[in-house]
Ligand binder design. Structure first.
Ligand code: GDP
Length: 203
C-alpha cells in the first residue's frame, strides 16, 4: 500500500472524545523519546503529522489520524485510524501522573473498537526497560495483539542489530516473536510495515 492521505482527526483525554466513525485502528505506543513521532512521520510521509518533540513526556493525549491506504494491485482504497498513544516511562512524570496515564490508556484498550494491533516501539540500542516489559505483558494478558518494532536501527551495525533483536526477544520472553528493525532516518522497515498494515486492513 501507499498512504495517499493523512489527516489529524482528534486528541482525546477520555473515551467520549474518541472519534465516532468506526474504522480499523492501528495503535503506536512506546517510551517517551523512543522515536514514535519520527516513525509515524516516516511511515506516512506527511512530515508534520506527529510532532517530533524534544520534550519527552509532553504529549499526554491520544491522537487519532485518519489515513487512506491505496493498494498497488487494484488501486482500491481503505481508510483507517493511526492512533498515537502517549509515551510511557518518563522519569520526571511522577507517580500521580503515571497512575493517570495508566488508567487513561486502559480505558482506550478496553473500549470496544476495531483495534487490529498495537505496534510497541522499543529502542534497538538497549535492553527493554521494566516499563516496556510491563506494557508488553499487559497487552498479552488482555489478548491485544502486539507487533514489536525496534527503533533507531540506523544507529547500529548489522551484527549488533541481530544481536540486540535477540536480547529484546529474550527480555520479553517470547523467542518466536517477530521484531521489525526500523529506521526513520533511512526509512528502513517502512515497506514491511506498510505491507503489514495493508494486510491488517483486509483481514
Ligand atoms: P517520541 O518522543 O517517541 O515521539 O520520539 P521522537 O520521534 O520525538 O524522537 C526522539 C529523538 O530520537 C529525536 O531526536 C529524533 O530525531 C531521534 N530519532 C527518532 N527516530 C530515529 C531514527 O530512526 N534514527 C535516528 N538516528 N534517530 C531517531
Amino acid at each position: 500500500i501507499n498512504i495517499t492521505k493523512a489527516e489529524y482527526i482528534a486528541s482525546a483525554v477520555e473515551p467520549r472524545q474518541f472519534p465516532e466513525e468506526k474504522l480499523r485502528q492501528i495503535a503506536f505506543i512506546g517510551r517517551s523519546n523512543v522515536g514514535k513521532s519520527s516513525l509515524i512521520n516516516s511511515l506516512t510521509r506527511f512530515h508534520n503529522l506527529a510532532r517530533v518533540s524534544r520534550e519527552p513526556g509532553k504529549t499526554q493525549t491520544i491522537n487519532f489520524f485518519k489515513l487512506t491506504a491505496k493498494y498497488y494491485e487494484d488501486e482500491s482504497i481503505k481508510d483507517f485510524y493511526l492512533v498515537d498513544l502517549p509515551g510511557y516511562g518518563y522519569a520526571k512524570t511522577g507517580q500521580a501522573n503515571r497512575k493517570k496515564w495508566a488508567s487513561f490508556i486502559e480505558k482506550y484498550f478496553l473500549f470496544p473498537q476495531d483495534l487490529y494491533c498495537v505496534c510497541q516501539l522499543i529502542d534497538i540500542r538497549h535492553d527493554p526497560m521494566p516499563s516496556d516489559i510491563n506494557m508488553f505483558n499487559w497487552l498479552l494478558k488482555h489478548e491485544i495483539p502486539v507487533f514489536v518494532i525496534a527503533t533507531k536501527a540506523d544507529k547500529l551495525g548489522k551484527n549488533s542489530i541481530s544481536k540486540n533483536i535477540s536480547c529484546i526477544k529474550k527480555a520479553l520472553k517470547v523467542p518466536e516473536l517477530t521484531i521489525l528493525p526500523y529506521s526513520s532516518v533511512k526509512n528502513e522497515g517502512r515497506s514491511y510495515l506498510l505491507d503489514f498494515i495493508g494486510h491488517a486492513l483486509v483481514e
